[in-house]
Design a protein around this ligand. Structure first.
Ligand code: NAG
Ligand code: NAG
Length: 311
């Protein structure tokens, strides 16, 4: 919708321009579009060469192992992290935010206050359609009923390579892996247990082997097509080609899970972390997008595209 609004402004603002001028612009858009698409085709996941052995700092490895062992040996303290966060950030931190979007979204104003990634403003219907496909909105019963849980988050930056932390990470109750952090081939260092894989579509591992049967997939939704992608994954359907074109890299075609294993990350968690705790500036209104599009349409964009095509 917004996109069309901008086009409307473009045409209504551009009345002094000649028709030729408008066509020239249009042609430029088409050329630029093809150009970006070709770039995208060449920007595959292979870009990141994980086989290269990175430098391993043995002192850091030793400290990481000691830290993980100590965390596992200590008695588990229920709600320890929540209580500590509350001490640090007082009322900026909500103890009772649900990590996943719940079924009943009708009354939830906070959920729709901001646009993604801080909320689902303008995505009410798409979200509702998705939630109708999801039978569960919480941790699985066996984990939920566990009185105290030790959790660890494993990122995808490669810093664990050479750490030999695998056997320690496997002992945590909940292992959350972010984006495409690989397990296959690296289990000595990153373990082989995955409780939660949390990512946006472009980050979801392409290999079906990265989805162990007893884990959850938590989707982080940023843009409109992310909802379409998740819907296709939950329904085990083929992703339409037009949807695929909107991603900046190849996305997973299948997530080998049943609908019970999918969750949607509650964007209010991101909002609270970014805006309240880290105190990022409030997102500017939609006019930010409008400013960009306008400056592009009214000239500044031309130079950038032309110099890109020339180079
Ligand atoms: C992890 O590896 C251990 C030892 O090789 C194996 O017994 C276990 O089944 C594996 N777990 C998963 C989730 O692959
Ligand atoms: C998804 O569909 C394929 C066939 O296209 C089927 O083999 C597979 O079992 C389905 N997966 C699930 C989780 O239903």
């Amino acid at each position: 919708m917004d996109c069309w609004k901008n086009f409307y402004f473009f045409f209504s603002l551009s009345y002094p321009y000649t028709l030729l001028f408008v066509f020239r612009r249009f042609a430029l858009f088409v050329v630029a579009g093809c150009f970006l698409y070709i770039l995208k085709l060449h920007f595959g996941p292979e870009e990141c060469d994980r086989t290269k052995m990175p430098y391993v700092d043995l002192d850091r490895v030793r400290r990481a192992q000691q830290y993980a062992s100590a965390a596992l040996e200590e008695q588990c303290r229920p709600s320890y992290v929540k209580k500590e966060m509350r001490k640090l950030f007082a009322e900026k931190y909500s103890m009772d935010i649900s990590p996943f979007v719940r079924k009943n979204i009708n009354e939830d104003e906070a959920l729709f206050k901001y646009e993604p990634p801080f909320g689902f403003h303008k995505f009410f219907d798409k979200l509702k359609n998705l939630l109708e496909l999801l039978p569960e909105h919480d941790l699985p019963e066996d984990l939920k009923s566990k009185h105290c849980k030790r959790c660890v988050v494993v990122g995808s930056g490669g810093i664990l390579h050479g750490s030999e932390l695998g056997h320690l990470l496997n002992q945590f109750d909940i292992v959350i892996r972010l984006n495409d952090a690989p397990v296959q081939g690296y289990t000595d260092h990153v373990g082989n247990k995955t409780t939660i894989r949390m990512t946006y579509p472009e980050g979801a591992p392409l290999s079906e082997h990265e989805y162990p049967p007893a884990s959850l997939f938590v989707a982080v939704l940023f843009k409109s097509v992310d909802f379409n992608w998740l819907q296709a994954m939950i329904k085990n359907e083929t992703l339409p080609l037009w949807v695929r074109l909107f991603f900046w890299k190849e996305v997973a075609e299948k997530i080998p899970f049943t609908s019970k294993q999918f969750r949607i990350l509650n964007p209010v968690v991101i909002k609270e972390t970014a805006l309240d705790i880290l105190q990022f500036p409030e997102p500017r209104s939609k006019f930010w997008g409008w400013d960009k599009v306008r400056s592009f349409l009214l000239g500044e964009g031309d130079h950038k595209i032309q110099s890109k095509i020339r180079n």
